[in-house]
Design a protein around this ligand. Structure first.
Ligand SMILES: [Fe+2]
Ligand SMILES: [Fe+2]
Length: 217
């Protein structure tokens, strides 16, 4: 496993360098608009919830070992954290509908297409954990990239929201996924570039739809 492999953070920092300023700019603007910000936080809750549910459904036939259950529990807690924060900012209960989240259909599509695309690219005869580990790994890379940026913006905005605890968990998930894949005989340097390219295209598509926020009256 090379330190500069395609699964590393330095790689995504390079490929997404052009996204940093527009994303930061948009997040900064969101922090000044509580109602929209709450809907965005609620969309992050939805994405975390989809992530935890995908672990559950994809591993229901697998051993569902302690480490996988821990990952599942942590992703479910991230969904709870964002939902609770979103409701605090909104001052009301929120669900995952169009009115309460930002383009929830686009968020679902991002995850669904990534999952389907990675599954399609993998061989048929593989251990049941492999697709879950690859999808998680690619999502962890994006989550760490985005949450670091978002946390910096939140600190600057003076809002009392910190992603530090959540980020620490995502930063542990990434090497765990990589190590388990290598233990199963996967060659990450050979497989991950295509998955990361797919994720990059899907994230850019998702970001384009999320950044065009319809104003809710
Ligand atoms: Fe998460
Ligand atoms: Fe994670």
């Amino acid at each position: 496993m090379s330190l500069n492999g395609p699964w590393t953070l330095s790689r995504i920092e390079k490929t997404s360098a052009d996204l940093v300023e527009p994303v930061r700019h948009h997040l900064t603007a969101l922090c000044g608009r509580p109602e929209e910000h709450a809907r965005f936080l609620n969309t992050l809750s939805l994405l975390e919830h989809i992530g935890s549910r995908k672990i559950l459904t994809s591993q229901s036939r697998g051993p569902l070992d302690c480490e996988t259950l821990k990952h599942l529990a942590e992703e479910a807690r991230h969904a709870f954290f964002f939902k609770r924060t979103a409701e605090r900012v909104a001052g009301r209960p929120l669900d995952y509908s169009d009115g309460d989240a930002v383009m929830p259909a686009a968020a679902r599509m991002y995850f669904g297409r990534l999952d389907a695309g990675i599954n399609r690219m993998l061989a048929d005869e593989i251990p049941v954990e492999v697709p879950y580990l690859y999808v998680s790994m690619v999502v962890e890379l994006r989550a760490i990239w985005a949450y670091r940026l978002y946390n910096d913006v939140l600190v600057d905005s003076g809002l009392n929201i910190s992603l530090k605890g959540l980020l620490a968990e995502e930063e542990l998930h990434l090497p765990q996924m990589a190590e388990r894949l290598v233990a199963l005989g996967e060659d990450l340097d050979a497989t991950v570039p295509a998955f990361a390219r797919l994720e990059d295209a899907l994230f850019r598509g998702l970001w384009r739809s999320l950044a065009v926020l319809p104003t809710v009256h």
